[in-house]
Structures are given as C-alpha cells and as structure tokens.
Design a protein around this ligand. Structure first.
Ligand code: G3H
Ligand code: 13P
Ligand code: ZN
Length: 321
C-alpha cells in the first residue's frame, strides 16, 4: 500500500473548490504512454494549470499497472524539474468494479471513478457507496456517474443517451457521499459525437442548471468532451487515414459549462487524434525515417500545443497557479 501523498499527488477536493470559486474546469487528460504523459505535464506546467492525470482500465493493461504507477510518480518529479508548482491528481477513469478502484487506491491513486451508470439505480448506489467508504479512509476522492452517455461507454453499449435526471441527483449524492458527479447532457465518447454535415445540437444546459440548483457548489464532471478539431481530422485523412464524419463538442459550449458548476472536463480522443495526425504526416513526408523519436517527438510537441490551447481558451484553467 502506498498513499498518494507519498507520491506527491493531491486529491481533487481543493482543486474543485478552487475551480468552482473561479469559474473554470480542471483538465482530466488520459495517458497510456510516455510521450502523452510528457506532453500533459509540459503543457500544464507551461500554462500553470492544475491537472488530473487520468488512467483507464485499458491504459493499465496496455502500459502495465506497475510501470504506469511509476511513470505517474515520475511525472510529479518531472513537473518540479520543469520548474512547475501545480497540483496534480492521479485518477482512475471509468472504474468498473470495487476491486479495480481498491487496487488503484492501494497503488497510490488520489482519486477514482466508479462508473455504475449502466447499472440499476440502487445497484449503482450500493457499489459507489462501497467504493466511497474504502476511498475516504485514505482521503481519496470518488467520482460517480448518473445518466448514460450516448455511444459506447466503455464495456457498456448504450443505444442512445439517457440524460441524467435532475430529480435523482440529491438522493444519489447524499446516499453515496461521492465527491463529484459525472452527468449526461449530450456529450459522448470518441470522435463521432454528432451527425456530420448537420448543425451540432447544443448540450442540455437546462439539465445542468437544474442539477446546479439541486446541488449548489457540488462538482460536476463532463465526460466525452473532445472537440475533434477539424484541422487534425483533415491531416489524418490527407495522409492516408479514414476519419470521415468525425465531429466533437464545440469549444464555446465547454467554456460555458466550465464557467458553471462543471469542475472537471475529460479529454482523451483529441490527444489521440493529434498524435495520429502528426505521425501519419511525418511518416508520409519523410519515408526514410525509422527512429521513433523522429515521429513521436513532433507528435508530443503538437499535443502539448493543443493542451495549452485547451487550458487557456476552453477550460479556463491556465494561469491559476
Ligand atoms: O472514456 C474513455 C477513455 O477515453 C479511455 O479509453 O478505455 O480506450 O483507454 P480506453
Ligand atoms: P473523449 O472521447 O471525448 O475524449 O472523452 C474522454 C473521456 O470521457 C474519458 O473518460
Ligand atoms: Zn469518460
């Protein structure tokens, strides 16, 4: 058992209080490899933004859970070496069982999500509560979810989105004692969020407002918040890829949500898109290249640029520390 404070992480409690008070959202960026992690740390140090390093079950499997935990520990030292002094949390994204959440807590995560959104309401409460009871013994914060996002929510296939019901949130939060709540207001995971060639339907700010009324000053989380910048979709397609009809959430809508009670915004797909676009471009333009540093390096640089843009112009988390 290693406690997250020994690794230099903080839980999300103070982060969210600060974000709520100042009307911005903390970025939660997923990583699976060293270059993504480096880009996230460099971007957040340079833009002086707090950050939540986010790890999925799949990322743990891909990178190896032990190696990943040491990478995360190294990220705190790296942040300091870069001259940074920003709060960093290490968070499990979409935990699907008590055991997985416990394993992450025991390995030094400062925050975990239990995603019971696909479960019957009472079952979601039961397991969320079990996770909260264990997590709080170590002052680890817990994100829960109510409402189902459209598309594939990890191992859960949802035909269509079931928006969060505002009438359920008070009961759910008071009975589970969770620290933040992920909700469904029209975002979805992946690069195909809306119908291509049609106006993007606005997020359901009416539901968010209702939830804000029921749970004043309670941190809300938005998953599926990639904007799928068309610039990168075009690069992918120009250099041999096939991402026809990829559409994301407009940046202005995320900015609006961040100024409300949304304190954490999850972004993964945009990072994947940038990295793929640059690797495709470099390999096509320089077919003689076979040193991975020659294509992973530029991909990392472009990812850093994108994340600084998000912190500064979308989430409003830049220059807060
Ligand atoms: O919301 C899911 C994240 O993008 C993580 O995706 O399970 O493929 O690592 P993953
Ligand atoms: P995107 O697929 O929109 O990047 O969402 C990521 C996410 O919600 C991670 O939990
Ligand atoms: Zn998610």
């Amino acid at each position: 058992m290693v406690h997250y404070s020994e690794l230099g992480f903080v839980n999300t409690r103070e982060m969210f209080k600060h974000a709520m008070k100042h009307g911005y959202a903390v970025p939660a960026y997923n990583f699976n490899n060293m270059e993504q992690l480096q880009a996230i740390v460099m971007a957040c140090v340079e833009s002086r933004s707090p950050v939540i390093l986010q790890v999925s079950k799949g990322a743990r499997k891909y990178a190896n859970q032990t190696l990943l935990r040491y990478m995360a520990e190294g990220a705190v030292a790296y942040m300091k070496e870069l001259g940074g002094n920003i709060p960093m949390a290490l968070h499990l994204d979409h935990g699907d069982s008590f055991e997985l959440c416990k394993s992450c807590i025991d390995m030094g995560f400062s925050s975990v999500m239990f995603d019971g959104s696909h479960l019957p309401y009472e079952e979601n409460i039961r397991i969320t509560k079990q996770v909260v009871e264990y997590a709080h013994k170590f002052d680890v914060t817990v994100e829960a979810e109510l409402g189902v996002l459209a598309g594939i929510e990890e191992h859960v296939s949802a035909e269509k989105s079931h928006y969060t019901k505002p009438e359920e949130v008070e009961d759910f939060v008071s009975r589970t004692n969770c620290d933040s709540l992920a909700i469904s207001i029209g975002t979805s995971h992946g690069a195909y969020k809306f119908k291509p060639g049609q106006p993007v339907p606005p997020l359901r700010f009416d539901i968010l407002e209702e939830i804000q009324k029921k749970l004043p000053n309670f941190p809300i989380v938005l998953h599926g918040s990639s904007s799928v910048p068309q610039k990168y979709v075009e690069i992918v397609n120009k250099f041999g890829g096939n991402l026809k009809g990829a559409v994301g959430v407009p940046e202005e809508q995320l900015r609006k949500a961040a100024a409300m009670n949304v304190c954490k915004i999850n972004i993964d797909s945009d990072g994947r898109l940038v990295v793929t676009a640059i690797i495709r471009k470099v390999l096509t333009e320089k077919p003689e290249v076979f040193d991975p540093r020659k294509y992973l390096g530029p991909a990392r640089e472009e990812l850093k640029t994108l994340l600084i843009h998000k912190n500064t112009h979308v989430l409003g988390s830049a220059n807060r520390y």
